[in-house]
Design a protein around this ligand. Structure first.
Ligand code: TLP
Length: 344
């Protein structure tokens, strides 16, 4: 195949020539000594963007979440989280293995929880129970189809957390997407969490890199555990430079990905047996069900692959498509045509 149209994830993007140039020209130093100027400015920049005191650059979104959970908790603590969230489902059981915490999972509406649900899950002060310590939220919500957390709901949950002496971590791997759609700055979202993880390697198109933000004391703890987890990197300004470039050039253009996702959803809605709600497509993720098409998700994925289009089978009957920097409006039209042919 000459060129795949890769809709499996927004993690598949390749750095643009201009991004590569910025990487090649980056000023670097040994970041384990805190001497990489490009990393230092990126950390300061992202902390400021999120309205938090400090930030730390880490290799992945998974490490960012795991470090935050580790730094907020003690073994045996309980973490309230949505049942389809990333840390619970897609981080290899890391929180149990690395932090010794257990999750109290709640089912949200496309990943979004209400403060009242969270309140009910908080354990009473009784020695029989684990200690509820942390609440984790995800914005946008991946498995929820890129759903945006309404900021009022985040604020309500945060206020509840504070009234009960609990902490809130926000997995903001795709917070940039939420921000451009809702017209709410990352800074405004950031005020409703004690810590935030953000990714540069999803919609923003950097090859690697995430950051954890929070108070200075918290980030100092995260730093210690980053060393312990083997996440201290050396002349990593080469990668941080891609992050700076992405923040400069790739945020506003996310709107294009969102338009493409909506177009895909509307196209798919016309197809026999496909169950999808285009109204639910708020950002760059499209999830649909194929149980009425006579095909399983992996059969559809195989058939689409033959047409040069890569899609992600999420379980037996669900498919996920993600739009990003490396798919154009034309690619989307081609994908819709291919779906039409395959689904009949
Ligand atoms: N998500 C990946 C897969 O792991 C599912 C994807 O293709 O969407 N938080 C959220 C909300 C995420 O979607 C992801 C990646 C992460 C954290 C982890 O980031 P990485 O892959 O950098 O460890």
């Amino acid at each position: 195949m000459e060129r795949w149209i890769d809709l499996r994830s927004d993690t598949v993007t390749r750095p643009t020539p201009a991004m590569r140039k910025a990487m090649a020209e980056a000023e670097v130093g040994d970041d384990v000594f805190g001497e990489d100027p490009t990393v230092n400015t990126l950390q300061e920049r992202v902390a400021k963007l999120l309205g938090q005191e400090a930030a730390l650059f880490v290799p992945s979104g998974t490490m960012a979440n795991q470090l935050a959970i580790k730094s907020h908790t003690q073994p045996g603590d309980e973490v309230i989280i949505e049942a389809t969230s990333h840390p619970y489902n897609f981080e290899g059981g890391g929180s149990a293995a690395l932090s010794g915490v257990q999750f109290f999972c709640l089912k949200g509406l496309r990943g979004i929880l209400d403060a009242s649900q969270v309140e009910e899950a908080i354990r009473p002060d009784d020695h029989h129970f684990p200690v509820t310590r942390l609440i984790c939220l995800e914005n946008t919500h991946n498995r929820g189809g890129g759903a945006i957390y309404p900021i009022e709901k985040m604020a309500e949950i945060y206020r509840l957390a504070k009234s009960k002496g609990l902490l809130v971590h926000l997995d903001g791997a795709r917070l940039w997407n939420a921000s451009v759609v809702a017209g709410i700055s990352p800074h405004e979202y950031g005020q409703w969490a004690d810590s935030v993880s953000v990714c540069l390697s999803k919609g923003l198109g950097a090859p690697v890199g995430s950051l954890v933000t929070g108070s200075k004391i918290f980030i100092d703890r995260v730093h210690r555990f980053r060393k312990m987890f083997g996440g201290g990197m050396r002349q990593v300004g080469i990668i941080a430079a891609a992050g700076h470039y992405a923040l400069d050039h790739h945020i506003e253009r996310l709107k294009e990905d969102h338009r493409n996702a909506k177009r895909l959803a509307i196209g798919l809605k016309e197809m026999k047996g496909v169950s999808i709600h285009p109204d639910h497509v708020e950002t760059n993720i499209v999830i649909f069900d194929v149980s009425q098409t006579g095909m399983t998700a992996s059969q559809l994925s195989e058939a689409m692959k033959e047409k040069g289009i890569l899609i992600h089978a999420f379980g037996k009957t669900q498919v996920r498509l993600v739009t990003h920097l490396d798919v154009t409006g034309e690619d989307i039209e081609m994908a819709i045509k291919a779906f039409k042919k395959v689904l009949g």
